[in-house]
Design a protein around this ligand. Structure first.
Ligand SMILES: *Cc1c(COP(=O)(O)O)cnc(C)c1O
Length: 226
């Protein structure tokens, strides 16, 4: 079995190849190593291989693991956030990816004011319309975006999406393209850059990079299957 260092190297090479194919700048894409469910000693192997940006999906798990790892690492919350976990999440994460409702965004904003934080967030968009997925529909997002951008504490950096599970990476392409087009339209309409696009996982991150992802969230291709 390849080591975590070897897996990371392959993922990095695949990302640079996709960046080249798309004619983008290699600095435009950052790899988030999704370390959920993996213990600190496994995460350390990735740190030793040079990885400093990690993604966790549960606040409770992150609270336990993050203090055991080097302080220079950066952490993103990639999963669904419940309002009752916001207070604990704010000091742990540099970016909260899965903000999927105006109520949650308002809660984050209010608690950030109480706690003295200025959180950076991504709005999760359900581009596929699958009922099982969290996120704003493109229509709701378009309606609510001005309000979300006017929240005093929260800074909206861009959008995040998950493509429907499919055996073929190519099946994700149209969803990723839809998210980018939505972003371009919203950028035009609001004048806010919305630079960050978080899309692509182990099965489809190369396609995501070709379609404009700036953050890819890769777990099992690095750490093995959970
Ligand atoms: C677990 C998870 C990932 C990583 O999934 P892999 O298929 O293991 O790469 C990416 N994004 C989110 C939101 C996740 O929960």
């Amino acid at each position: 079995m390849p080591s975590i260092a070897e897996n990371l190297e392959s993922v990095r090479v695949n990302i640079s190849d996709a960046v080249l194919r798309a004619g983008r700048e290699s600095s435009a894409v950052q790899l988030i190593a999704v370390s959920k469910t993996y213990p600190s000693d496994v995460i350390c192997e990735a740190v030793e291989a040079g990885q400093e940006l990690f993604g966790e999906n549960r606040v409770q798990e992150a609270l336990v693991k993050i203090p055991t790892l080097p302080g220079r690492l950066r952490w993103h919350l990639i999963g669904h956030l419940q309002s009752n976990k916001v207070r604990k999440a704010l000091p742990l994460f540099q970016l909260i990816h899965g903000v999927d409702s105006t109520d949650l965004a308002r809660d984050i904003d209010r608690i950030a004011a109480e706690e003295g934080h200025h959180p950076h967030i991504l709005l999760e968009v359900n581009v596929s319309g699958e009922g099982s997925k969290h996120g704003f529909s493109p229509e709701t997002l378009e309606r609510d975006l001005e309000m979300l951008l006017s929240l005093p504490r929260v800074q909206v950096e861009g959008f995040m999406t998950m493509a429907p599970l499919a055996p073929e990476a190519e099946s994700s392409r149209s969803y990723f393209a839809m998210l980018r087009e939505l972003r371009d339209r919203m950028r035009e309409k609001t004048g806010v850059p919305l630079d960050t696009l978080s899309m692509g996982m182990s099965g489809d991150y190369q396609v995501a990079v070709e379609e404009g992802a700036t953050l890819v969230r890769v777990g099992s291709a690095i750490f093995g299957s959970r």
